[in-house]
Design a protein around this ligand. Sequence first.
Ligand code: FAD
Length: 289
Amino acid sequence: MRIRDKFNEKTVFSFEVFPPKKTDSIDIVYKTLDELKGLSPDFISVTFSAGGSGNGALSCEIASKIKEGNNVEPMVHLPCINYSKDEISDVLEEFKNRGIENVLALRGDINPDIEPKRHFEHASDLITFIKSKGDFDIAGACYPEGHMDSANLVEDVINLKKKVDAGADHLITQLFFDNDAFYRFREKTAIAGINVPIEAGIMPVVNKKQIERMVSMCGASLPAKFSKMMQKYENNPEALRDAGIAYAINQIVDLLANDVDGIHLYTMNNSYVARKISDAVSGIIGSKK
Ligand code: FAD
């Protein structure tokens, strides 16, 4: 089933996983997947390396594993900046052969150590290309606090409209900790005429290192109540994990009350955290919008 159809039925609830590092066994990810599938998400997405390191083939393999038994839809992320048109064509063929219908079309981060191939400048170019190759369900990324390459949020939303006009069926946000930033963003997208579903990307923060790395990478702002929590429990890993889970649940409940189209949980391959959050919100998320 294509994911776009699910938004007509309910508030979508999805998970994100990533392939193991070269030194780790894929079996660990498969075990996590079995646990995540038991939580009955609407889909599970798999990240894909923008090139240089990592292995796109592994992402396809993991997506096939998600599809096994046909009870959960996989979505594969596809960053294009370091790949040629022929390489992307081959990946799309591989998706078709494996019955993978859902793609998150991405530009990918510019890596200073890799000369980009630039067959695709932006995700919108990739979306046009994917549409010429078959009837895929296409998602795009969006940024409630603006993408780092954009001068400001208005410019970013104008560019986001180009992505939707190219054919993105729905959008998933970068992680954020301040729901008000998401609501302000959603208003701007409505004014810009963006009318596809927007899933809110929520990352439960369960250790201090993780938050420092993520925030430096994506620039999400930290509300005072979040920073206070981090400071109070930074030397108590279990308390910090539980506080991070509680914070994510609070964010999700507020988003649901404000008619969010979907919740995309950045699970960081941690099924314990995903289960705690899923248990807490499944009754609310399952109810009709
Ligand atoms: P674009 O949409 O191309 O946007 C990049 C910049 O260009 C923005 O400033 C935008 O305003 C501008 N822009 C966009 N379109 C146009 C246009 N037509 N004309 C002019 N300017 C334009 N990276 C990975 O490598 N692998 C992953 O698996 C991965 N998964 C992700 C999942 C999610 C949910 C998100 C939010 C991000 C993910 N990323 C991943 C990171 C992503 O690749 C980076 O954020 C990247 O820097 C931008 O990708 P994009 O698709 O948003 O790019």
